[in-house]
Ligand binder design. Structure first.
Ligand code: PA5
Length: 443
């Protein structure tokens, strides 16, 4: 039994035997490796293949960084950043930075943009703290993290000398290829390998996500255990009637065929905002190709009801919504009674904030359905490592099935290269001389 519940009753889709057969075939293709992109299916059995030894190696390296640094800067972009950021936000106290006693180092992120101000402010913010870095790039050649790493590496070497720097910098990259691999070998950095057959956006349960999370004090064993349970619950041997990932994949594809071209992932827990960002990459890069694909958007509620709510309720009727609902809050806060009741809120006295949030959620769901926005609901029992691990694998498996149902290769991202060529040409990178002339003439 999965810890996650899926409610598709308000999506308006009735799953037929034919739809089940297609989804079953798609799931079998993921398991047999006979579908498109079969070189990148290492994630399918990844959770159950992570053994005690791998976890122990990651935790041992994390302990070394924790002992040395108050701030660990995690450098990466896309799949080499979003998974760790999403889980870290979900598991952290929302006001961590104001808590005086820091049991765990603060994990900050860099290399996910090329902003000069971000870079300056990051270096400035850490100047009074001891620092270390984890540099993550599967290809080892991505420009954004490479620039950030050059700057942060120089800062670490300036502060601690080259020898100590080599104990404060850990690389996560390909086992053999790429500039980062060469650099790490030359400098003697401890290195973790990203398996060849796991693509960036499916890599959160490799050292790409697990190392920074272990540094931050997240229970990575429980995270992996949650994902492993979902791996079993969505195996090809599990019938579609019990396979939540297959059901979600079917429903979203049926809605897409019916003209619902945008899926909005929403949550009433602000801690899950970055789960939305991770999910957008997972689905956007996997499905948005060949002129097809649902556009993945995300909202945090109720905040965004006051910005996007009008559009969702009455704008173009091309939307459907998937809500991640959390059954149980960690803490209890109640609305108190007020003798004067000037704000008129005494009707809420004695209620928990989570009860009010739940009524908002149910009210919004019905309003949106009435407005022509079909609704899918994913319920987590609570926000903890096991549930988040299960959610990650649930979405990954559904993404693989969904991509095959859509008829695309969900495991490549040819479109990501287009901007790089232009950027290198504009920056006069050696080898881009012809492109340089052409592109500059267009400016
Ligand atoms: O999913 C993907 O493959 C991409 O989004 C990559 O994760 C992203 O481009 C970063 O690549 P790399 O890890 O090679 O630096």
């Amino acid at each position: 039994m999965s810890s996650i519940k899926l409610d598709i009753a308000k999506s308006g889709v009735v799953i037929t035997e034919e739809m089940k057969a297609h989804a079953q075939q798609a799931n079998e293709l993921l398991h047999s490796g006979k579908g498109a992109g079969s070189d990148f299916l290492g994630w399918v059995h990844l959770p159950s293949s992570i053994d005690e030894k791998q976890i122990a190696a990651i935790e041992a390296q994390a302990a070394k960084l924790r002992a040395k640094a108050e701030v660990v800067i995690c450098i990466g972009i896309g799949g080499s950043y979003l998974g760790a950021k999403a889980v870290l936000e979900a598991m952290s106290n929302s006001f961590e930075h104001l808590h005086r006693k820091h049991e765990n180092p603060t994990v900050l992120f860099a290399g996910q943009n090329i902003s000069e101000d971000y870079t300056y402010e990051l270096l400035d913010a850490v100047k009074d703290y001891s620092i270390a870095a984890i540099v993550i790039s599967k290809s080892g050649t991505t420009t954004e993290p490479a620039i950030a790493f050059r700057i942060i590496k120089a800062e670490i070497e300036k502060r601690y000398g080259k020898e100590d720097a080599a104990t404060r910098i850990v690389a996560v990259t390909d086992k053999a290829r790429g500039a980062l691999k060469t650099l790490s070998t030359n400098e003697g950095y401890p290195t973790f390998v990203i398996p060849d057959d796991v693509g960036g956006r499916f890599s959160v349960l490799t050292p790409v996500g697990l190392l920074p999370l272990a540094v931050a004090g997240v229970d990575i064993k429980a995270l992996v255990a949650g994902a492993t349970a979902m791996e079993k619950a969505t195996d090809a041997s599990v019938p579609v009637d019990e396979n939540l990932s297959a059901q979600y994949a079917i429903v979203r594809n049926e809605l897409y065929r019916a003209g619902k071209k945008t899926e909005i992932l929403g949550s009433y827990e602000p801690k899950l905002q970055y789960v939305g960002e991770w999910w957008k990459q997972l689905y956007g890069e996997s499905e948005g190709k060949d002129g097809k694909g649902i556009f993945p958007a995300s909202v945090t509620l109720t905040a965004d009801l006051h910005s996007m709510g009008q559009y969702i309720q009455e704008g173009e009727r091309t939307l459907f919504e998937t809500i991640i609902s959390v059954a149980e809050s960690k803490h209890t806060v109640k609305v108190e009674s007020d003798a004067e009741n000037l704000d008129g809120l005494n009707f809420l006295a004695g209620k928990r904030i989570s009860q009010i949030n739940r009524m908002a959620e149910l009210g919004v769901q019905l309003a949106h359905i009435d407005g022509g926005v079909p609704n899918i609901r994913i319920e987590l029992p609570r926000i903890d490592e096991a549930s988040i691990g299960a959610l990650i694998y649930f979405f990954e498996k559904a993404c693989g099935i969904s991509g095959y149902l859509l008829g695309v290769n969900p495991f490549n991202q040819p479109g990501v290269e287009a901007y790089k060529k232009n950027m290198f040409a504009l920056l006069d990178k050696p080898g881009y001389e012809e492109e340089s002339k052409r592109i500059k003439a267009r400016l």
